[in-house]
Design a protein around this ligand. Structure first.
Ligand code: OTU
Length: 643
């Protein structure tokens, strides 16, 4: 360690609340390093508003205050990550996502299950929304009434800090959901706004008449058309219309107001100083509004995300941001930083298009659309950023397949294919192996999404029901192929709790008054620790899934070619059932092949040699590949990582 960084570390290790000279120097170095990244977007966003200079001073004071109070152990982590800013791109990164109450009841109980997390090999632990939600239906915790308190049913902020500290010492980084687009209507800001306080009314989008809401509504989409139609709600007592993109109780924040920016930065740094190392920024696509469009993915959103990232990088460099934007391909890519935002926006973004294409190819037993979409719209890699890859999460599956992309494949139309997929994964289509449900059918547009757990959508529920052993095996192979896909595609793979032991749809939500209206609870089961115990029984379904998945994750960790900094090039091998991509590494290429069909598929040896492959080792099975018959064969749902 150099003298400078040693003294900086010593300085930075001063007691929280007192900033040593070295600590101040470190702050000033980081402030100047991030100056341009911070000022350019802020000037674009707020430069015209009066008091911009006061705003900048308030921001700097806030950053210095939060840096000053930041615990020494986290300041040390800051130094480590200043030296290794791409830590999260490592092939060693494995994410595990769960609702704390459904995994272990309370925040502190997480520490009773660290052996399970270690057995999974997980080192990125995402707690689904755990900040204090509104009472009753809180949209799964995405309707927050206090960002500085933990959901009392889970514990306290001190519990959070105890858990992040203990997990960090085991090499696990905690990710927290931060709902930045809206607050609950019970948030103190919303209560004051509703009571008529003009200062807080400017934290939201509030209108005296229906005139502007009606104008905006003309071009907006409805996220929850079945249960929360429209994007505005009128409150008699306040005599105001309020922008409510999601549920009525979720009030959209007015990010054009620089005070909102300051409030959220402070909330971010408070969580960072409690040990959060990743923040999942929810529904970021909606953060800026402008009349005449769908008010998603506007240029100002990317300035906001860059400025937020630059701000926290000054006062908590160890922290990274993950953007959640469930949008079409061309709108998704910018969240990882393009043009002037390159390397400066989110560090991670959900690759919802990879997820959609996995399910689409399983249903159609054809990878042409997947090869086209993933090979056309996405750069091979990003700067200081990558994908969060996943097959299932807590949300529905939205069939983000455009007319343009659907039309690029013969005999396919976007609309027709989306309908086919919605029917297929609701289990309504002949030949469907899936057990799922339709989510939020939009009577106006015909748009339909799906709910269902990984195992149930992949056919395991139906197979177990019919006691069809071969169908059970086939479903297990579909699931393991999905894990192999997200573990090698490029990015940080996220496993959703229960998928590792094949938990099926949980139909009990329909009897719970605050959940019955939202069938996404189908795929948010409680952890079944009794079932989990069978994970070591190699003959059980749980054992076959768990060991298969652990093997895939171990093979990922063993292969530097799968570092997210290695470019991903989709390869169109012209075989309708085999999806292929190359990972470009200084160690030589890795060619990943996936058979998206129930039947064996073959590739001639000559084709493989044409892609610069010689010794034909399978890095996934870690076995040499048998090519004596001058061809490579892939079993049903077979997958191979050729080097
Ligand atoms: C996100 O959802 C969360 O993941 C959902 O669980 C919340 O209901 C929602 O925001 C409101 O907080 O923001 O980018 O289709 O997939 O609304 C789109 C429902 C989102 C979610 C979609 C998504």
């Amino acid at each position: 360690m150099t003298k400078a960084s040693k003294s900086a570390e010593q300085g930075a290790a001063a007691a929280p609340g007192v900033l040593s000279a070295a600590g101040e120097r470190l702050f000033n170095l980081r402030w100047s390093r991030s100056q341009a990244d911070l000022l350019t977007p802020l000037q674009n966003l707020y430069g015209q508003s009066s008091g911009f200079d006061v705003f900048l001073n308030d921001l700097k004071d806030l950053l210095l205050r939060r840096w000053t109070e930041r615990p020494a152990e986290l300041k040390d982590l800051d130094l480590q990550r200043d030296l290794n800013p791409e830590w999260f791109l490592s092939e060693k990164m494995i994410g595990y996502v769960f609702y704390v109450d459904r995994f272990c009841g309370t925040m502190k109980n997480v520490l009773k299950h660290t052996d399970y997390l270690e057995e999974l090999g997980a080192n990125y632990i995402h707690f689904m929304p755990c900040l204090k939600p509104r009472p009753g239906d809180s949209d799964g915790g995405y309707s927050v009434m206090d960002y500085r308190a933990i959901n009392p049913e889970l514990g306290t902020m001190d519990d959070l800090e105890a858990v992040t500290t203990a997990l960090r010492q085991k090499g696990m980084s905690v990710c927290i959901d931060l709902v930045v687009n809206h607050t609950a209507k019970e948030h103190e800001w919303a209560l004051k706004a509703r009571a008529g306080d003009p200062y807080y009314q400017d934290y939201y989008w509030m209108f005296d008449t229906a005139d502007m809401p009606n104008k905006y509504e003309q071009t907006l989409v409805e996220v929850f058309p079945a249960t929360a139609p429209g994007n505005f709600t009128y409150y008699d007592d306040a005599r105001k219309w309020v922008w409510t993109t999601f549920n009525e109780h979720q009030w959209d924040l007015n990010w054009a107001n620089p005070h909102v920016f300051l409030e959220i930065v402070d909330i971010m740094l408070n969580l960072a100083n409690r040990g959060a190392e990743i923040l999942r920024l929810d529904a970021v696509a909606f953060m800026w509004k402008r009349l005449g469009g769908n008010c998603q993915n506007l240029a100002e959103v990317h300035d906001l995300l860059q400025a937020l990232r630059a701000a926290t990088r000054i006062a908590a460099p160890a922290l990274i941001h993950k953007a959640e934007a469930i949008v079409a391909p061309r709108d998704l890519v910018p969240y990882l930083g393009v043009g002037r935002h390159s390397g400066r926006e989110a560090n991670l973004a959900y690759h919802n298009n990879l997820m959609v294409q996995y399910w689409s190819s399983l249903a159609s037993r054809n990878v042409r659309l997947m090869t086209h979409v993933l090979g056309t719209h996405f750069p091979a890699c990003f700067s200081n950023a990558s994908w969060a890859t996943y097959i299932r999460c807590h949300d529905d599956i939205g069939w983000a397949i455009t007319e343009e992309d659907g039309g690029a494949i013969p005999f396919t139309s976007g609309h027709g294919h989306r309908n086919f997929l919605a029917d297929f994964y609701a289990g309504r289509h002949p030949g469907s192996f899936a057990r799922g449900a339709i989510f939020q059918e939009n009577a106006g547009t015909g748009d339909r999404r799906n709910s269902g757990s990984f195992a149930s959508l992949a056919g395991l529920e139906a197979a177990l029901e019919s006691k069809d052993e071969s169908a059970v095996s086939t479903a297990i192979e579909r699931i393991l192929m999905g894990y192999a896909l997200i573990a090698s595609f490029g990015g940080l793979p996220l496993l959703y709790m229960g998928d590792e032991i094949g938990l099926l749809n949980d139909y009990s939500f329909a009897k719970q008054c605050d959940k019955a209206h939202d069938n996404r609870w189908l795929h948010r089961p409680k952890m079944d620790w009794k079932t989990a115990k069978r994970r070591h029984d190699a003959t059980s379904v749980e054992g076959r899934l768990f060991s298969g998945m652990r093997h895939i994750l171990e093979r990922r960790k063993a292969n530097p070619r799968l570092n997210a900094s290695c470019a991903t090039e989709i390869v169109d091998i012209g075989h309708p059932q085999i999806f292929a991509f190359k990972r470009i590494s200084p160690l030589g290429p890795l060619l990943a092949l996936f058979n998206f069909s129930e039947s064996e598929q073959h590739l001639p040896r000559s084709w493989l040699e044409g892609h610069g492959l010689r010794e034909f080792h399978d890095a996934l099975s870690d076995q040499p590949v048998d090519l004596t018959r001058h061809e490579l064969s892939l079993a049903p749902y077979g997958r191979i990582w050729l080097t």
